[in-house]
Design a protein around this ligand. Structure first.
Ligand code: SAH
Ligand code: SF4
Ligand code: F3S
Length: 426
């Protein structure tokens, strides 16, 4: 069958789609980039916020008309939403034929061949061992090193949909990384909800980083997401300090700068402990870029708590912050807190947070003007075909004049200007 797949959510889903593609291709199905010719439409979905779920439902409702002219067309919901509310959505007659959760992908070919959706097995310890994804990106590879999460941050649905934490065997990770490097992918990101708690036999996360660098000498840039501040060990700081292939960037979600909010979020660190980790990282890697995630309008957040987050942002000066408006997720602890904030407060705090971060990012990016940087050119720039764009080692987007021949190569560039999100180079 010809199948078409669309992916939403975090990089974990991007990597899972690559795994799904590998499973389907091995079974003889053919991936199509053209939705018009597909016999099966697959939507790999995200449940992290209500908005993410609504977007996919909107997409599916736009595509279900295809069933009129092609009655055999199947629409399959994959990923976190399938896990969370898949069966409910099927019964609601939205055009969705099957829902296949995050631990059921091995059963997909059987489902498509035999049309037996209701009989899918479910194994919550599924780790997809010995399976290699088909990397879809041309330049950047995402390699899953662990699945699931045990942290139960009070706002977060991920532990409920992704199940308990389990680490992939080193041999699988090694094979995956080697495969990516062989395909000339120079930027490899290791993925997990909390990579710091990776352990496979005696291998810890910092040891994994060192071992991969030893075992794959052709590896050029190595990154990882996401790092939970509570488990960021001195060993990891030390490995990052050794540099090597490891990029000078860390994504370290702070969520809030208020100790009271952090406690109610069940994040298991105080602002002071978070700051201590930031200082340790900056001491070990002086030019490290630090990005973060922040939530605005968490239940019970007072103006004072919110101000604590703004003041933390000013103190730390993140290179970039992904700012989110709190969204209640059914079944999580925070959804039961009695002090949910009205939508207007969540929104206005989100806007204030974004505005402050924009100023900080602009200042940091402008401070790069005049510097020589290395850009891994990945594509044409969004604005013009006579410009190309790519990432720096410290995870900044850079654009420069160039043509197709530069795509996939490393460019030495000089920063001549900057916006709050792009370095403009020559
Ligand atoms: N495992 C990663 C985060 C995965 S979710 C970590 O622990 O850092 C990505 C981000 O979405 C989170 O860092 C958080 O900022 C945001 N997020 C998660 N649940 C949310 C919710 N219910 N409302 C708003 N933002 C949320
Ligand atoms: Fe969600 Fe917290 Fe797990 Fe991240 S660490 S996935 S925020 S529960
Ligand atoms: Fe990722 Fe969204 Fe699932 S953030 S783990 S795709 S809920």
């Amino acid at each position: 069958m010809n199948y078409y797949i669309e992916t939403y959510g975090c990089q974990m889903n991007v990597a899972d789609s690559e795994l799904i593609i590998s499973i389907l291709n091995d079974a003889g199905h053919i991936q199509s980039q053209d939705i018009d010719v597909a016999d099966v439409l697959l939507f790999n979905t995200c449940s992290v916020r209500d908005h993410a779920e609504q977007r996919v439902l909107g997409r599916i409702s736009n595509e279900r008309h295809r069933k009129k002219s092609k009655p055999e067309l199947k629409i399959v919901l994959l990923g976190c939403m399938a896990q969370r509310i898949g069966q409910r959505l099927i019964s609601e007659d939205l055009g969705i034929d099957y829902a296949v959760g995050v631990d059921q992908y091995r059963a997909l070919p059987r489902l498509l061949d035999e049309d037996r959706g209701s009989e899918l097995g479910f194994d919550s310890s599924e780790n997809y061992e010995r399976m290699l994804p088909v990397h879809q990106g041309e330049h950047c590879a995402f390699v899953t090193i662990m699945r699931g999460c045990n942290n139960y941050c009070s706002y977060c649905i991920v532990p409920y949909v992704r199940g308990r934490e389990r680490s992939r065997p080193y041999e699988d990770i090694l094979q995956d990384v080697k495969g990516a490097v062989k395909r000339k992918m120079m930027d490899v990101t290791l993925l997990g909800q909390n990579v710091n708690s990776y352990h496979w036999n005696e291998l810890s996360f910092p040891a994994l980083l060192s071992k991969l660098q030893e075992d794959v000498p052709e590896l050029y840039r190595l990154r990882f997401v996401t790092s939970h501040p509570k488990d960021l060990s001195d060993d990891l700081v030390q490995v990052m300090g050794q540099g090597g292939k490891l990029c000078e960037h860390i994504h370290l979600p702070m969520q809030s700068g208020s100790n009271e909010s952090l406690k109610r979020m069940n994040r298991s660190y105080s602002y002071e402990q978070y700051l201590n980790r930031v200082r340790a990282l900056r001491a070990a890697v002086p030019n490290i870029a630090i990005t973060t995630d922040l939530i605005a309008g968490f239940p019970g957040e007072t103006e004072e708590h919110f101000e604590a987050t703004l003041s933390a942002m000013r103190e730390i000066e993140f290179d970039y912050a992904f700012c989110f408006k709190y969204s209640e997720r059914e079944g999580t602890a925070a959804a039961k807190y009695p002090d949910q904030l009205p939508e207007e407060i969540r929104l206005s705090r989100l806007q204030r947070m974004i505005e402050l971060q924009r100023e900080i990012t602009l200042r940091i990016y402008r401070a790069q003007i005049g510097k020589e940087i290395e850009v891994y050119v990945e594509d044409f720039s969004k604005k013009s075909k006579s410009q190309v764009s790519g990432k720096t080692r410290d995870f900044k987007i850079a654009v420069l004049d160039g043509d197709e021949s530069q795509i996939g190569t490393l460019a030495k560039a000089k920063v001549i200007d900057a916006t709050a999100g792009t370095l403009i180079c020559e």
